[in-house]
Design a protein around this ligand. Structure first.
Ligand SMILES: [Zn+2]
Length: 324
């Protein structure tokens, strides 16, 4: 009897430590630890040109360019948004190739790099920029020493492909809701957490383009990582919907297949919000075990934790009150 009790206690401890450490277990299961092999060259259609054998450039209008990495396994897209005084590069890919050369071939203006969030496949890593702007959240600002911010392993996840976490030298802090002025063009910073708690989107108030990072793109959306949160995801969707009338097109950071940059519309955010509301209400149908797969529409799926592990308490990272 004594052994049965000890065995049961041990099982409980093991089960609990597995739950507590599940995010690092999941990341290690998803990790190869090295750069993945390149995809074959793709046919990207007539409005896209190959910059070299790796990057593509697609003009979304005369001052906005999607820089694609269709041969990278995660098919990343970064966006160069050009004003009359400066340009913003929203995301920089995993840095296996130098996206700065592509951006500088498209503008002579100073370029400010803005990561949509701190995952390694967006931060460019060994690629550096003269100007860097990041989201201004109290818990991030508190970690920066002389405006230098070293990314943590759980927020960067570079171990998945053998990429060391960089230290960013920050020139500009972007408060949620604030404006970036590029000269004749302004971008509003929207705080769109959920995928991660440090995720932002940029809304171009002139063209109505919303650059959404990993918050939303056509394909599977990851809402089960270490700093994902379901309550945040819903809050982020509500924030975007509150700008509904200003959004013309949405450009995300990944795509599943060619051709061209990953494009969505505001109705896709509406579908995401509906799916999140249905999951919270226990009305959504899911497949899979871990992560659970919830269909959003024919172009998107939300990957979340099983119901009993989902956190619907929004983390409210915009305030100082939440300090962990
Ligand atoms: Zn990400």
């Amino acid at each position: 009897m004594k052994y049965i009790v000890i065995g049961a206690a041990l099982l409980c401890i093991l089960a609990w430590s597995g739950i507590a450490n599940r995010h690092s277990i999941v990341v290690s299961l998803m990790s190869s630890g090295e750069q993945p092999p390149l995809n074959a060259t793709t046919d990207e259609g007539t409005d896209t040109v190959w910059f070299d054998d790796y990057f593509t450039v697609q003009a979304l209008d005369e001052r906005t360019f999607a820089i694609g990495e269709p041969r990278y396994a995660q098919q990343n897209y970064s966006y160069l948004i050009i004003g009359s005084e400066r340009a913003v590069l929203f995301d920089a890919g995993p840095g296996f190739r130098n996206i700065r050369e592509v951006a500088e071939s498209l503008t002579d203006l100073p370029i400010t790099f803005v990561p949509s969030h701190f995952h390694y496949d967006h931060t460019g890593n060994e690629i550096t920029f003269d100007q860097v702007a990041v989201v201004d959240l109290p818990y991030i600002r508190a970690r920066a020493v002389d405006n230098r911010l070293t990314l943590s392993a759980p927020e960067h996840l570079g171990v998945a492909e053998g990429v060391a976490a960089p230290t960013l030298s920050i020139n500009e802090w972007l408060a949620p809701g604030s404006m970036m002025f590029l000269g004749g063009r302004q971008l509003q910073v929207l705080y769109t957490p959920g995928h991660t708690d440090d995720s932002i989107s940029l809304l171009d108030l002139t063209s109505g383009f919303l650059f959404s990072g990993d918050f939303i793109y056509p394909g599977p959306l990851y809402a089960f990582l270490s700093n994902s949160n379901m309550g945040d995801y819903l809050a982020g969707a509500e924030t975007v919907m509150s700008y509904e009338s200003l959004v013309s097109k949405i450009y995300g950071a990944h795509r599943v297949r060619p051709p061209g940059a990953p494009r969505l519309g505001i109705n896709d955010v509406k579908d995401l919000r509906k799916t999140l509301e249905d999951i919270r209400a226990g009305k959504a149908i899911s497949g899979g075990v871990y992560p659970r797969e919830y269909a959003i529409n024919e172009r998107m799926m939300l990957l979340a934790e099983p119901e009993f592990l989902q956190d619907w308490q929004s983390t409210n990272r915009e305030s100082n009150e939440h300090s962990n």
